[in-house]
Write a new protein. Sequence first.
Length: 131
Amino acid sequence: RLPALWINPHPCLDAFWSKSFQGRRLNHGEITGELDQKGQLDTATGALSLVVIQDCAVLDHPSACAELARVLSPQGELVLILGEHGNALAHWSQQLGAHGLTQADEALYASETVCYDTRRMLVFRADTTTH
C-alpha cells in the first residue's frame, strides 16, 4: 500500500482508501491545527507518494503548500479535487509552484469508485530540478 495523506476524505471512499493506501486521513481542522501548533505535520520529509486534498481551502493556511511539498516524495503526486473553492485555483497553483510542484494533469472521473463525483481533479508533481 502506498504511503499517503488524504485531507478531508469523502466517507464513501474509506474502504477504497484503506485497501489501497496507508497513512492518515485528516479533516480541515486537524491539519490546520497541527500546522498551527507544531509548525509542520507529523510526517517525515519525502515520505508520501500521494497527497489527496478534497478540501482545497486548506491551501489557504500560510504554511500548507510548503509543508505538503516537504512531505511529498520526489516522485509523488498531489491531487486537488476541486469543489466550491475552485475559483482560487490560480492562486493555489502559484503557491504550489513556488514550492516546487507543477500541474501535470487534469482529470474528470465519474466512476463508482469515486461515488460518481464529477469534480475536476488536478494532479501536481514535484519539479525534480527544484525538489
